[in-house]
Write a protein that binds this ligand. Structure first.
Ligand SMILES: Cc1cc2nc3c(=O)[nH]c(=O)nc-3n(C[C@H](O)[C@H](O)[C@H](O)COP(=O)(O)O)c2cc1C
Length: 309
């Protein structure tokens, strides 16, 4: 990783983003500094001093040494840059006022000011539940799982869905890719029986919405902290919520459950019923099916795939 440049922050005119680049075009690391952190770093560099800048997470630090400046970051490998290069770039950067600017969406960003706690989902996904039946379905055979999935609208309501399966389905939602990794969606796990019944009505009276497990996937564009127009953020959050629901649907299949995706819903009614100001994108209803059925057929691949040579 080579230090590359100093860029404006996304949303504020204070602070900055320090960018390192690897060999591949997509390979980059970014550290976002708040206005105060940048000020402190600038002070050290402009006076040719050495010293330490503590970042907001109270763990990560920037060590300005004579030769090399080290960024020792929480849960991230150390990043380095020659102090002379950093000094030149930071002094140049500070000379002019900056507007927050739209950015290219990168996969990896390091925010010292934000605690990232997504290890929880990975822990749940890797945990081994006590349930002996867990080996009934191989979770590793991805292609078998996707090629045998079939929606159901007829749930066996007498069979309870084990909590560890619900946990895995929810944790899987958290692993889906999202625009800029901002996770522009929220999931409402509806346990309340009355609310489930009311959701039936909000979903065009589709009775199977009253399923053993009901998950409402909502868009949250306000989480997507990128300086793009609102319509782009709305599109990103719709895609984020949709992908998360799709991941959960596949997780349900991998766990021997069936599901039905509900897109036909009255958004306002759903929002009112579950008490949120976030717009729903879909409801995923999950349970054991009364009967396992074969997957539905699809069109021929040659009609689907358009090869542009
Ligand atoms: C965007 C979308 C919206 C859908 N909305 C509904 C719905 O409101 N009600 C319903 O019964 N099924 C709904 N479905 C389920 C589809 O009808 C079902 O996935 C499709 O017939 C293919 O069947 P399969 O899932 O078994 O392959 C929806 C699916 C998608 C992807």
């Amino acid at each position: 990783m080579e230090f590359f440049q100093v860029e404006p922050a996304y949303i504020s005119k204070d602070g900055c983003r320090l960018i390192w680049k690897g060999i591949d075009e997509d390979d980059h690391d970014a550290i976002i500094l708040s206005g105060e952190e940048l000020e402190h770093l600038f002070e050290l560099l402009s006076k040719d001093s050495t010293g330490k800048v503590e970042l907001e997470d109270e763990f990560s630090t920037i060590w300005v040494n004579t030769d090399t400046t080290q960024f020792r970051l929480k849960e991230h490998k150390m990043l380095e840059v020659k102090t002379a290069i950093l000094r030149k770039k930071i002094l140049e950067y500070k000379k002019m006022p900056h507007e927050p600017k739209p950015i290219k969406i990168y996969a990896k960003e390091f925010f010292p000011s934000i605690t990232i706690e997504n290890d929880e989902a990975i822990e749940i996904l890797n945990s081994i539940p006590d349930d002996k039946n867990k080996t009934a379905i191989s979770e590793s055979d991805f292609f078998r799982i996707i090629s045998t999935r079939r929606s159901t609208r007829n749930f066996d309501t007498s069979r309870l869905v084990e909590q560890w399966k619900v946990d895995k389905i929810l944790a899987t939602a958290d692993t889906a890719p999202t625009a800029g990794n901002f996770q522009g969606f929220e999931v409402f796990y509806i346990k309340n029986k009355e609310i489930k019944k009311r959701l039936v009505e909000a979903a065009n009276n589709q009775p199977y919405v009253n399923a053993p497990i009901v998950l409402v996937f909502c868009k949250d564009p306000s989480r997507v902290k990128i300086n793009f127009p609102p319509e782009i953020l709305a599109k990103f959050s719709l895609q984020d919520a949709t992908l998360a629901a799709a991941y959960s649907q596949l997780a349900a299949s991998a766990l021997g459950l069936s599901s039905i995706w509900i897109g036909m819903l009255d958004e306002e009614k759903v929002m009112q019923i579950i008490g949120t100001n976030l717009r729903p994108s879909s409801i995923l209803c999950i349970g054991y099916p009364h009967q396992k059925r074969l997957p539905k057929s699809r069109r021929k691949l040659k009609d689907l795939i358009h090869v542009i040579e």
